[in-house]
Design a protein around this ligand. Structure first.
Ligand SMILES: [Zn+2]
Length: 661
């Protein structure tokens, strides 16, 4: 028997966020086996009412498990899953919070007002598009908004574009019985057969409403053949059909598809909006959380409202309706690790050895490095708030507050900010346990080799914080370019608002650009402070190939990151040193990076860099990694300067004069 087409991966789309396949979930299996039926027309269709009943009232532990966010799979929630189901039965039979509080009208969708307003206007004007692309991070309301749109376009008496929630059509949507909303999860139905089925289905009129709405979730998972089949439908859509394509990875969708859709980019929900929403839900449910508890939950959800609500749900299921901060911390797996403080201290004092040791110790203990670094960043952020005198209301235990006060007292604001910058931007890509990205970021910070782009353009807390410590002016640091260079950046866009005086010091990457324009600057002084402006140590002649490669270097890095994450990360500290025919010598700041490029994974990293070079330049090169000691002593990144040539020319054309010559 062929597999039914219209099953949803999350049987109720209730917020599956874990990687566990939901086919393991009892509810999902039931959905597939018992609630599917062949319609007289031979199409597979899911009676949505049954689905709702299954997932709502009799939610199983397995299903709850499948709904856990990856983060929630840590800490004491693991115990919950492992524990006797009978223990958690009362909570498990409740209706899941996320579904219970799922928005039913555009006006209830959180944090996406520009999108919902546009959609409402389209419904009110009777002019919905035939195809929409909803992109954005998970848990930000794409599917929910799609369902509301389906409901609104089919409502008998919409009010200013909102469904009236009273007509038979609206009721059928709310009960999950609407036949004109067909949902397809492309993650599990990615082939051409499903899309062919779908295309056949579009030929039939809607069963009761005006529009048949096809909501395809995770559409980027479709195969190429399936995309082609879908494209044919999108090219000539029947007038009664609306497609809503939802995706977390819009760049994977062919341009031929996106160009036929009206696209909406869903934003991450801000922390304050997430807090507001979970507070609202908590109050509605009668939960009692210690002050600061909702913020902890919201912070852990990192912009996904669905995660936040599900985390709250899990916490209440385990600890009951009254929660202390300690309950929440342990429940969320936010075990306060003293090594996170060690690492934070090492970051502000730029103690290379202590930081790498803390990182390695955490890794050796099997701690997820991404979570660890997030903990370090959180500690640094709190220290900054304390330093700025804004720490009175923070949700901290006494021990934590003590640690942080010590940390804050021994650091300067500029140091904390630099550490936050360096560690806050670590990109772990796919592997949360890989410590290399964090090591590179930390080593760059500790050795003063932070790329110029990491210079704070504006730091909200800085003016206030600086005022709090007037007696200790920050010493010059390698990663902070002198203010005198700022005009080069201002010139091209004079309308740019001036920043307040306190943030004068930092300047944008382009600010150092004048250097690149001057031919063959002398080698940098080997003293780290005061910062010598970076000068390429080779001096003298720069061949056309070398110049071309240096100008393309950012593109090479971008390409490398896409091909192999490790290669991209390593290239952050690597720069073209010389070119001879098709042989490119790439210099690295650190010797171990040279080894990694040369040998890592059977040369895979090097191959990735070579491929990136070929993609960025259209030529074939072989790469030879070498240790380039001078880079360690240089301040800002040479890549910025060398690639900034055209910007400098442009700035000078507009009247900018380099001031630091
Ligand atoms: Zn209605």
């Amino acid at each position: 028997m062929r597999s039914p087409g219209w099953t949803s991966r999350r049987s109720s789309a209730s917020g599956g966020t874990c990687t566990l396949p939901s086919s393991s979930s009892v509810a999902s299996i039931k959905t597939r086996s018992s609630s599917m039926r062949r319609t007289p027309r031979g199409r597979w269709r899911r009676p949505r009412g049954q689905r709702q009943d299954l997932s709502g009232a009799s939610c199983t532990l397995a299903e709850r498990n499948a709904r856990l966010s990856p983060r929630a799979c840590g800490g004491r929630l693991k115990e919950l899953i492992a524990s006797d189901p009978a223990e958690v039965a009362p909570a498990a039979t409740q209706q899941v919070l996320y579904r219970k509080w799922r928005p039913r009208r555009f006006g209830d969708v959180y944090g996406q007002t520009p999108i919902t307003r546009t959609l409402r206007n389209a419904v009110a004007g009777g002019t919905p598009s035939h195809a929409y692309l909803f992109s954005g991070p998970r848990g930000t309301g794409k599917t929910t908004t799609g369902r509301i749109l389906a409901k609104a376009v089919n409502c008998a008496a919409p009010m200013e574009g909102e469904p009236d929630e009273a007509c038979p059509s609206c009721l059928s949507y709310n009960a999950g019985r609407a036949l004109d909303l067909i949902e397809l999860d492309a993650a599990s139905n990615r082939g051409i057969d499903e899309i062919r089925d779908l295309r056949e289905g579009t030929g039939y009129a809607p069963s009761s409403g005006r529009f048949k709405v096809y909501l395809i979730d995770e559409v980027h998972m479709l195969t190429d053949a399936a995309f082609n089949a879908l494209l044919k439908t999108l090219e000539e859509p029947p007038p009664h059909v609306i497609f809503i394509l939802a995706t977390t990875e819009p760049h994977k969708i062919p341009a031929t598809i996106t160009s036929r859709c009206q696209r909406f980019d869903f934003r991450r929900i801000t922390l304050s909006a997430t807090v507001e929403r979970v507070e609202e839900i908590g109050a509605g449910e009668g939960f009692e959380l210690e002050a600061g508890g909702y913020e902890l939950v919201a912070r852990e959800a990192t912009g996904s409202l669905r995660d936040a609500i599900n985390l709250l749900d899990q916490l209440v299921a385990y600890h009951g309706r009254s929660l202390t901060l300690d309950d929440i911390r342990s429940g969320l797996g936010l075990v306060v690790d003293s090594r996170a403080y060690e690492m934070a201290r090492a970051a502000v004092t730029r103690d290379l050895r202590a930081g790498l040791e803390a990182l390695n110790a955490a890794r050796d203990d099997g701690i997820e490095i991404r979570a660890f670094v997030r903990e370090v960043v959180s500690a640094l952020r709190l220290a900054l708030l304390l330093k700025a005198g804004a720490g009175e209301e923070l949700p901290l235990s006494d021990a934590q507050a003590e640690e942080l006060r010590t940390l804050a007292a021994g650091a300067q604001v500029a140091d904390i900010v630099a550490a936050l910058r360096a560690l806050g931007e670590v990109d772990f890509a796919g592997d949360a346990y890989d410590s290399l990205p964090a090591e590179i970021a930390f080593a760059s910070l500790a050795t003063g080799a932070v790329p110029a782009s990491a210079t704070p353009a504006s730091v909200p807390a800085a003016p206030q914080a600086a005022a709090a410590t007037p007696a200790r002016p920050a010493p010059p640091r390698a990663e902070r370019p002198a203010p005198a260079r700022a005009p080069a950046r201002e010139a091209p866009r004079t309308e740019a608002p001036r920043r307040p005086a306190a943030s004068e010091v930092p300047a944008a990457p382009q600010a150092e650009a004048p250097r690149a324009a001057s031919a063959a600057p002398p080698p940098a002084e080997p003293t780290p402070t005061p910062p010598a402006p970076f000068a390429l140590p080779d001096g003298g002649e720069v061949s056309d190939d070398l110049r071309m490669l240096r100008e393309q270097w950012d593109a090479v890095r971008t390409a490398a990151r896409k091909i192999d994450f490790k290669a991209g990360a390593l290239l952050n500290t690597g720069f073209v040193k010389s070119v001879q025919d098709d042989r490119v010598v790439v210099g690295f700041r650190f010797e171990n990076h040279v080894d990694m490029v040369r040998d890592a994974e059977g040369g895979r990293v090097r191959q990735a860099i070579e491929q990136a070079l070929s993609e960025a330049t259209g030529r074939q090169f072989t790469v030879e990694p070498v240790h380039w000691e001078e880079l360690q002593q240089a301040g800002p990144s040479p890549a910025r300067q060398s690639s900034g040539g055209h910007m400098v020319e442009e700035a000078q054309r507009l009247g900018a004069v380099p001031l630091d010559e």
